[in-house]
Design a binder for this molecule. Structure first.
Ligand SMILES: [Zn+2]
Length: 174
């Protein structure tokens, strides 16, 4: 089983759940429910601006926001970030209480509140995988091997949380 990211880094999918043997997208109706929900949501989120840029610039100056490069969290409570602001999110997740909110309804709002109140990663804080994809935006990243994969952590957390959560995805625009 090969895991792939689609559109944005962060969420990962079993390749064969999403693509058929010829490499074409399967119909959404053939995908497992969780995969379908995430793919549906990704189609919406892939064109969104970075949440952190948006908090800085606001709706009126949306064109100044960088586009999303990575998605964390659960569908409808996800956070999307550009390469520059991913470090702030990871700092919040690891060091400022974000981890405790994984899978919860307040996940996105709590990050927005923290960021809007001036929350930022310290200078030089990194630990981002795939740093090579946007090297100019991440100064002096730490060696990758010192850091656990937050993506995998989030993925395993989400599986546990899903059992106990009543995720209402009926309002997804599929
Ligand atoms: Zn940003």
């Amino acid at each position: 089983m090969t895991k792939v990211s689609i559109g944005l880094r962060g969420w990962r999918f079993e390749e064969e759940e999403v693509f058929d043997d010829s490499g074409a997208f399967r119909p959404l109706t053939e995908m497992p429910p969780d995969t379908r929900d995430r793919i549906s949501r990704l189609m919406v989120m892939v064109d969104k601006p970075c949440d952190a840029c948006w908090l800085i610039h606001g709706e009126e100056e949306k064109q100044r926001c960088r586009s999303a490069a990575v998605v964390y969290g659960e569908p409808l409570r996800e956070v999307v970030l550009c390469g520059s602001h991913e470090a702030d999110f990871l700092y919040w997740f690891r060091e400022a209480g974000g981890r405790d909110l994984a899978g919860k309804r307040t996940f996105r709002n709590a990050f927005h509140q923290w960021f809007a109140d001036g929350g930022r990663a310290p200078d030089g804080y990194a630990g981002i995988e795939h740093v090579e994809s946007d090297p100019d935006s991440v100064p002096d990243p730490l060696p990758e091997e010192e850091l656990p994969s937050v993506e995998d952590e989030l993925a395993s957390l989400s599986e546990e949380e899903q059992e106990s959560l009543d995720i209402d995805l009926d309002d997804l625009d599929v």
